[in-house]
Design a protein around this ligand. Structure first.
Ligand SMILES: [Zn+2]
Length: 733
């Protein structure tokens, strides 16, 4: 199992434009691309739907000067508007077009050059991705609605026919159905795409591609690669059919006739309607086939099949993560671990002050927005499933998809669908998870058992310790009993901030666990979470302590890394040298940099409970020995005086290893310790410290004073939401 998928999932999943639906405009586009000169020439016949006003405005890229063909309309350029939210950065020109009475269509002709360079977005601890507003280049072509490369009419959905004249040996990609390719004059291929279902924008991708395809159950799988690689193409063709079959069965029929995996010429993780655009590196990571790839395919149902009402919160990323990333982990027995990681990210990266409700989530641009927009939303769907049961939950998904296919839907529409199949309103549930920001926090105390006839009575106090009113929660409970292999499991309803739990049990209860498999969205107690890199990186304030006793070149490299962190979180990262510091502060996360940092003894104290031993020339972590000559490492603990604050240690064997270490560290956020070798550096050790002293797992006091010895019972196996033979092949690759 690879753990770098955070990197992949970081990439932007969807390009979107805000949209209010009215009716569909049809574009019939004749396009010629000249990549050598960034040139594009277009003839577009636009047909308006019945009842559309005969006067309209549209936006077009400033480099494209439209000319009206025919005399059935009048075209006027409008004065420049300031700011265009849909395509910040390119300032399209706006035009008004008035059709003659009785006319429903007009034809424009225009040409020009589009070449916006790639720009880095979303810097945060070096996790960045690149975007362009549109580019036509010898490497490839990327045009979207944001490029305004076709007349973009506000507030409408569209359908289109797109004929593309390409350079020799090039291929194109767009939404919808691939109709045919025919050589035109001079053997330039012409490809024809048709999207008959309402779309939000028109993508045009092209490049020097090699193509493969296969058909199964009426859906064509396509793979476009920049170098010939039939074996890789085959894996993607097979996986495409398998995942489409899975989601067909779980949700409803795949909404398009093809799905294509297209290799991009920069690193992306874009999911468009009926195709995905992935970077060259990304597509060659073997784990992508069971992580990002199903996620992108599933976006054809959520996001590109049912559109998102962004004004009221983006539900699609969380639902897609739940039914792709979470489902696959769940099928492999890792659902609880996946959910704990999601809650851990929320707990580490979302301070109470920086929290926000799901109605405010649009798209991910930081670890914080990801933790809420993806993490909280997927837990909402998980809790909904726990409350309704798997059968009703699946019916709700199917109902929602059927009702809103190719329409815009918001959280209230999600609620309506599930309420309809459940036969109950669900208002309180959606209100507290969608509208309210924050999360519950739980604590148990006074767990006590006394004999009651042949049985035992277990009582305990359960509190919701968050600020503000109580949440309405259904919380799983597990009781480990004397001499019983299987834990007693039930679910309790919490409605008040303090409640007494009372259970009658057939054997002596020894330990009480609340929410042991992380089924409830909540802020975790620090003792439920092993100390991890994300706690130090996600902290509000961070102090980096450099070691004075370090060779000059290495010292310089440590400082460069610290400065880089400071730039990425301005105002939140301070840097000092250990020789200038008397004691470590206890009000912020602290990173100790360097093998010879003079505060290392504090680290040893922080890691006392774990399998960690360090001397001047070697470190043993969980049975593995690392040395300063051969390894770089990062180790995390809690500050002994201030356990809410992380204490991290980062050390490298050479200056050359540090830039790579700084780049890789954010992708290993959930780990407590990491070892690397070489200058890449390559990961050779990773793991989490065991969880100790969780406040949601307590020993039961025996009122009769009986002496007991505890051995943990096992929890009942969990069923995954969907178990189909047709998915196994894709996962085993
Ligand atoms: Zn996504």
């Amino acid at each position: 199992m690879h753990k770098q998928q955070g990197f992949i999932l970081w990439l932007l999943c969807l390009l979107w434009l805000p949209l209010v639906v009215t009716a569909q405009v049809h574009h019939s586009l004749d396009v010629s691309l000249q990549p050598d000169t960034a040139g594009i020439e277009v003839r577009d016949t636009v047909t308006l739907p019945q009842g559309h006003p005969s006067s309209l405005t549209f936006a077009l890229h400033p480099a494209l000067k439209p000319e009206l063909l025919g005399d059935n309309a009048r075209l006027v350029e409008l004065a420049q508007r300031t700011g265009d939210s849909a395509s910040a950065g390119i300032s399209p020109r706006h035009y008004r077009l008035d059709l003659a009475p009785g006319e429903h269509s007009f034809t424009l002709h225009y040409s020009g050059n589009i070449a916006h360079p790639l720009q880095s977005q979303g810097e945060e601890y070096a996790r960045s991705f690149q975007e362009t507003h549109g580019i036509i280049s010898p490497q490839g072509v990327f045009l979207s609605g944001a490029s305004a490369w076709y007349p973009r009419i506000d507030d409408t959905q569209l359908t289109f026919d797109l004929e593309v004249r390409l350079p020799k040996a090039w291929k194109s990609m767009s939404q919808g159905e691939y109709l045919d390719t025919r050589p035109a004059s001079g053997s330039r291929p012409v490809e024809h795409w048709r999207a008959s279902n309402p779309q939000q924008q028109i993508y045009l991708i092209a490049g020097p591609f090699n193509a493969w395809s296969s058909i199964d159950k009426g859906v064509t799988a396509m793979v476009l690669l920049r170098e010939p690689d039939a074996a890789l193409a085959d894996k993607y063709l097979d996986a495409t059919h398998q995942y489409i079959a899975l989601y067909d069965a779980l949700i409803g029929p795949y909404p398009f006739t093809k799905f294509a995996m297209v290799e991009n010429f920069w690193e992306t993780g874009y999911g468009m309607p009926s195709f995905t655009l992935l970077g060259s590196r990304v597509i060659r990571f073997p784990f992508i086939l069971s992580s990002s790839y199903p996620h992108e395919i599933l976006h054809n149902w959520w996001g590109n099949g049912v559109y998102v009402d962004y004004d009221n919160g983006n539900w699609s990323e969380g639902l897609t993560s739940y039914l792709a990333d979470h489902l696959i982990k769940e099928q492999r027995g890792g659902g609880g671990e996946y959910r704990r990681n999601a809650l851990q990210k929320y707990t580490d990266h979302v301070s109470r002050e920086a929290d926000f409700p799901l109605t405010d989530f649009r798209s991910r641009h930081s670890a914080r927005t990801e933790a809420v927009g993806y993490g909280k939303t997927l837990m909402l769907f998980h809790m909904l499933r726990q409350q309704l049961g798997d059968a009703a939950f699946k019916q709700g998904l199917q109902h929602f998809y059927q009702q809103y296919r190719f329409r815009v839907a918001g959280f209230s529409d999600v609620q309506d669908s599930f309420a309809t199949v459940a036969g109950e309103p669900l208002d309180d549930f959606f209100q507290q998870w969608v509208q309210r920001s924050g999360a519950p926090q739980l604590r148990i105390s006074k767990a006590r058992a006394e004999p009651a006839g042949h049985d035992y009575r277990l009582t305990a106090v359960i509190e919701q310790t968050q600020a503000g009113p109580a949440y309405q929660l259904i919380v799983p409970v597990a009781v480990h009993m004397d001499g019983v292999d299987q834990a007693y499991q039930t679910r309790i309803k919490l409605t008040d901030k303090q409640q007494t739990l009372s259970l009658t049990l057939p054997a002596r209860p020894l330990q009480l666990d609340i929410d042991p498999q992380f089924d409830v969205f909540r802020r975790l107690h620090r003792n439920e979470i092993p100390p991890a890199v994300s706690q130090a990186m996600g902290a509000e304030q961070v102090l980096v302590v450099l070691a004075n006793n370090t060779p000059a070149a290495l010292k310089q490299a440590y400082r460069a890394l610290a400065l880089q962190w400071q730039q990425q979180k301005p105002g939140h990262v301070d840097i000092v040298v250990d020789s200038e510091l008397q004691t470590l502060p206890d009000d912020r996360a602290v990173w100790l940099f360097g093998w010879h940092n003079r505060f290392r003894p504090q680290l040893n104290a922080a890691l006392q409970a774990y399998d960690f031993a360090a001397s001047d020339d070697k470190v043993r972590i969980a049975g593995t020995t690392l040395t300063p000559q051969t390894h770089s490492l990062a180790v995390l603990g809690r500050q002994p005086q201030s356990p809410d604050q992380a204490l991290g240690w980062l050390a490298a064997d050479s200056a050359a290893a540090l830039p790579g270490l700084g780049r890789k560290l954010p992708h290993y956020g959930r780990y407590s310790y990491l070892g690397f070798a070489g200058t890449a550096p390559d990961n050779v050790l990773k793991g989490q410290w065991p969880v100790v002293n969780s406040p949601l797992s307590v020993r039961v006091l025996q009122a009769d004073g009986a002496a007991v010895s505890f051995s943990p019972a096992s929890l009942a196996p969990r069923q995954s939401l969907y178990k189909g033979p047709d998915t196994d092949g894709a996962y085993s690759r």
